[in-house]
Ligand binder design. Structure first.
Ligand code: ADP
Length: 499
């Protein structure tokens, strides 16, 4: 059967053919129910194209194919080195197709093209990083008694469901595919319904790289049916999820049906602390990058900025100046654009509703807060800064997920740490101080999975990423990311103990 495809020309003039089917067993196929997802360009609110959407029946099929691939000699018995080679090949193909992939990402998601190109570099880097690990994942020998020899094997977990968000569609897929495949698992990956397109082009590269059929399956679909079917499936061994805390909690419950292994990376309200001994100019620039990049749609965005009273006015002035001069809102394909549209109308309305909430609760709107359409279209919002925010306010406590920051004041270090930790979340945190002792002391005391000292959100694929409290369970990236996709089997060998 010929693959389902559509010929497209992107706003930047790039022409390409995009597969539109569900990618199951290395083929692009129609959904059983005929359901579709229509993808919308958030820049002008026009339709891009429609793709197949998986029903629970399609999920059953994808899981069965992934199970068969797990037990098939072409994958089960492949050498670890060869597994790594397939990942290297996939990285090479992504590198060759970087421009098309970044184009689709910008078109579908609204992120500036330069950022999408950066995301693609991350995809390539992550795949190569885990490709290198594929034949370096091994167990231990454990001395016990003279009559026992014990050793451990690191084995794949099995069929892994991977549920992906829309803010970094390809990068989040790579974070999950790299370690899963390096460890020898098979995968059914469900992209977010808001951004279903780039992963379909990428799926074709998976096939071209030479992965056996069924090792990676990509099933676009809606959360409440395809996602739910995947997270509750009795023949899925693991679910890895990135998305909102509410959905993460729901998935955790659903996954309990057959006690699936889980990795969750969920929401955040990450604090950025500016102490009076900080380099204020640098703090302002990093604080800007830490909240306004990717339209503020970053789970680790440092969306609560806490500033010591003695430098509060100085910092606010410097920060607002950086926002006004750097955060150029516009067409994501234009070179000088820093900020494109929010991904969907729902997200756009959500961010604007928090502007109303901030005003109603008495915070000071220092800049922004209004829609910023181009020719009357698009989900653009001015970068928004609220000052004089109090810990009781919703904009201080709730994740907004937009170009929206809440700035509050603290007196001393103890209050700064208490305020930083006064949240149900625990993903990232940033500390600005030139006092080495203070910076490390505070980093140690903040309840977060990641702390940046004198920067914000400069995550790195070689370093573990994840949260504590209601920001998640488990780690991705770095060597720690492998633990999420392998399990330890202990083998006890009797060396002569008689009963
Ligand atoms: P958002 O609220 O920002 O859209 P979600 O956490 O709901 O974020 O979505 C992240 C991913 O989780 C998406 O791929 C979405 O389809 C999926 N998802 C949403 N609801 C469910 C669910 N009930 N079960 C499984 N996956 C879901």
């Amino acid at each position: 059967m010929a693959d389902l495809k559509v010929d497209l020309t992107a706003p930047n003039g790039k022409k390409f053919a995009l597969p539109t089917g569900l990618f199951i067993g290395n083929e692009f196929v129609k959904s059983a129910s005929g359901a579709k997802i229509t993808s919308i360009n958030p820049t002008n609110e026009e339709e891009i194209c429609s793709v197949e959407a998986a029903s629970p029946e399609d999920i059953d099929k994808a899981v069965a194919v992934a199970r068969a691939a797990l037990n098939h000699e072409s994958w089960r018995d492949i050498s670890a080195t060869e597994r790594g080679r397939l990942l290297y090949k996939l990285a090479d193909l992504a590198e060759q197709e970087r421009e098309v992939l970044a184009t689709i990402e910008t078109w579908d998601n609204g992120k500036p093209f330069g950022d999408a190109t950066g995301d693609l570099q991350e995809v390539i880097d992550v795949l190569r990083y885990y490709a290198g690990y594929a034949d370096k994942i091994h167990g231990q020998t454990i001395p016990t008694t003279s009559q026992k020899f014990a050793y451990t094997l690191k084995q794949p977990i099995g069929v892994c469901a991977q549920i992906i968000p829309w803010n970094y569609p390809l990068a989040m897929a790579a974070w999950k595919l790299g370690p899963a495949l390096a460890c020898g698992n098979t995968v059914v990956l469900k992209p977010a319904e808001q951004t279903p397109l780039s992963i379909l082009y990428f799926a074709d590269l998976i096939r071209k790289a030479g992965f056996p059929p069924g090792v990676v399956n990509i099933t676009n679909g809606y959360g409440k049916d395809a996602g739910q079917a995947l997270a509750s499936h009795a023949d899925v061994d693991k679910v890895a999820f990135t998305g909102s805390t509410a959905t993460g909690k729901h998935i955790m419950k659903t996954a309990s049906s057959n006690m699936k292994n889980i990795t969750l990376e969920t929401g955040g309200k990450s604090p950025l602390l500016v102490f009076e001994d900080a380099d204020i100019d640098q703090a302002a620039k990093w604080a800007h990058a830490g909240i306004m990049s990717n339209m503020g749609q970053i789970c680790t965005a440092t969306s609560r900025v806490l500033v010591q009273a003695s430098v509060y006015d100085q910092f606010v002035e410097a920060f607002v100046a950086v926002v006004r001069t750097t955060s150029k809102v516009g067409d994501p394909f234009a070179e000088d654009t820093f900020q494109g549209p929010q991904v969907t109308k729902t997200q756009y309305q959500r961010v604007l509703s928090y502007v109303e909430s901030g005003k109603a609760e008495g915070a000071t709107l220092a800049t922004g807060g209004k829609p910023s359409p181009i020719g009357g279209k698009g989900y653009f919002i001015e970068p928004t800064v609220f000052t004089n925010v109090k810990p009781g306010m919703r904009i201080y406590r709730e994740e907004v997920f937009g170009p929206f920051v809440a700035i509050a004041v603290f007196g001393d270090e103890a209050e700064a740490v208490a305020m930083a930790n006064d949240t149900t979340y625990g993903l990232g945190a940033a500390v600005f101080s030139r006092d080495v002792e203070r910076a490390h002391r505070v980093a140690g005391r903040i309840d977060a999975g990641m702390v940046w000292i004198n920067s914000s959100n400069d995550s790195d694929f070689r370093v573990p990423f994840g949260g504590v409290k209601q920001s998640g369970i488990g780690r991705e990236l770095g060597e720690a990311g492998l633990a999420a996709y392998s399990q330890i089997k202990a083998v006890h060998v009797n060396l002569g103990q008689k009963l």
